[in-house]
Design a binder for this molecule. Structure first.
Ligand code: BGP
Length: 471
């Protein structure tokens, strides 16, 4: 089997890392706008308001807000068939709980979608990408509060109605399972923990609210346009047993529980034994409302989208050294090399992940994030020879093609993370770059924001032209 004829090659971004224009067009403050820690090595911190004039990554991003036409024309030049972006909730409802949407915000995304469609590029829209209007954090306690279900569905209905003839592919929550994996859960649920609370239960309840919101979004969306295609989005933590000790295989299973938890509810429409096992391991509980089970059963997704960057190992031995990673990481694997940020490079892990997800769920898959964060050197003549990026992507794309051609996995598309340089989600850095397009901006926020092509630009163009044969 070959890749689909209309395979959705492209790139993926998120509003808070890319758009900038954080106070323009009537947008309200988001949780990301009050996060600090842009300088290399510093942990990101969150506050409930802007503290001082320190540099905030989301304020300017890499200025998609003003330069979307130029950027989209470069994506079109590479031959993109799709482009994944997120809508910033606070552009549409500045406080999250407003009764009337902000027309300027709606118009901005209308303009972006029109520009994409002009070039035949399919928009893939994430409704929630680690971002919340700040008011929902300070006034409601974010996703711990059931009221966010209703508010988020109002937001989703508003944009789905508005863009029903422009957008077909929707993703409800980016890396929804990161809520259980990350040591910084505020990214996903906007929660500032209180000292005396049962954090596990808060987290499980917040996840339940997101799962109900996702299901209701699917139900409402299908009423608006039955052709809409909805995806869940999982961070896939590809994991190997450290040794052939059977106990190690159990640690692998345990590691994946928190991922399959979400996949099971969103694809199978119910909390399964996997979920019960995870809840039990935390000695936790969830409050259900009457009707929740029916909502989850009805609002299942059409496809699974996922991110894949690296793999890790797990085992019971005490000598496992940890590798780095975004929100999830695992033990070091002696067979693998690492990126400059210590993420293990494992192309075959992508083939393994595709097989694991397809075997378990049997619904179409969509790789919506993959790529390498690297330090790029601009030569005197302005050129950037990013052969390491080409190597990484070549190997991953080739493993992906194997999964389709040899293993018969049904795959919708592949969008490289950060096709243009954007701010890193994990560290707030600019110098950690994923793009085919370089943006002149440094970690202190200086630079012209001018765009230029890296060597990988023409390479990816050829990959798309040949539907993956040029790898
Ligand atoms: C994922 C997020 C993205 C993205 C990516 C790379 O977890 O969905 O938003 O940024 O990781 O991570 P980083 O930017 O930290 O290199």
């Amino acid at each position: 089997m070959n890749l689909r004829k209309n395979f959705l090659w492209g790139g993926a971004t998120a509003a808070n890392q890319y758009e900038g224009g954080y106070l323009e067009g009537g947008k309200g403050l988001t949780i990301n706008d009050v996060e600090m820690g842009a300088e290399h090595g510093k942990k990101r911190e969150i506050h409930d308001s802007i503290q001082n004039d320190a540099y905030y990554p989301s304020h300017e991003g890499t200025d998609f807000y003003h330069r979307y036409k130029e950027d989209i024309s470069m994506f079109a030049e590479m031959g993109f068939k799709s482009f994944r972006l997120s809508i910033s909730w606070a552009r549409i409802f500045p406080n999250g709980d407003d009764l009337i949407p902000n027309e300027a915000g709606l118009q901005f995304y209308d303009d972006v979608f029109d520009e994409l469609l002009k070039y035949g590029i399919e928009p893939i829209v994430t409704l929630h990408h680690f971002e919340l209007p700040l008011n929902l954090v300070t006034k409601y306690g974010a996703w711990r509060n059931r009221q966010l279900v209703e508010l988020s569905v109002r937001y989703a209905k508003t944009v789905m109605e508005r863009y029903k003839n422009k957008v077909k592919y929707w993703i409800t929550f980016n890396e929804i399972n990161a809520l259980f994996i990350s040591s910084a859960p505020w990214h996903m649920a906007g929660i500032l923990y209180k000292e005396d609370e049962n954090r596990h239960n808060t987290m499980l309840q917040a996840a339940h609210h997101q799962l109900i919101a996702s299901a209701l979004t699917v139900i409402e969306g299908k009423k608006i346009n039955p052709d809409f295609q909805f995806g869940c989005m999982l961070l896939y933590p590809c994991t190997y047993a450290a040794t052939c000790n059977p106990e190690d295989q159990i640690t692998v299973r345990n590691k994946l529980l928190s991922t399959y938890y979400f996949g099971d509810v969103q694809v199978r429409g119910k909390y399964t034994n996997t979920c019960s096992s995870y809840i039990d391991s935390l000695d936790g509980s969830i409050d259900f409302e009457l009707g929740d089970e029916a909502i989850l059963a009805k609002g299942t997704v059409d496809y699974i989208s996922f991110s894949y960057y690296f793999s890790g190992i797990e085992g019971v031995g005490e000598d496992i050294e940890m590798a780095e990673g975004n929100l999830s990481s695992g033990g070091k694997n002696p067979y693998l090399d690492m990126t400059e940020w210590g993420w293990q490079i494992d192309p075959i892990g992508l083939r393994n992940s595709l097989n694991s997800l397809y075997d378990r769920y049997q619904v179409p898959l969509f790789i919506v994030e993959n790529g390498i964060g690297a330090l790029d050197e601009v030569k005197n003549d302005g050129s950037i020879e990013d052969d390491y990026r080409i190597d990484y992507l070549r190997q991953h794309i080739s493993a992906m093609v194997d999964a389709v051609e040899k293993d018969f996995v049904d795959l919708i598309g592949y969008t490289v993370w950060g096709p243009i340089d954007i701010v890193s989600a994990g560290t707030g850095e600019m110098r950690k770059r994923y793009g085919f397009i370089y943006v002149d901006k440094d970690d202190q926020g200086h630079g012209t924001l001018n765009r230029s092509k890296k060597k990988s630009f023409d390479w990816y163009k050829k990959v798309i032209e040949t539907n993956g044969n040029y790898v």
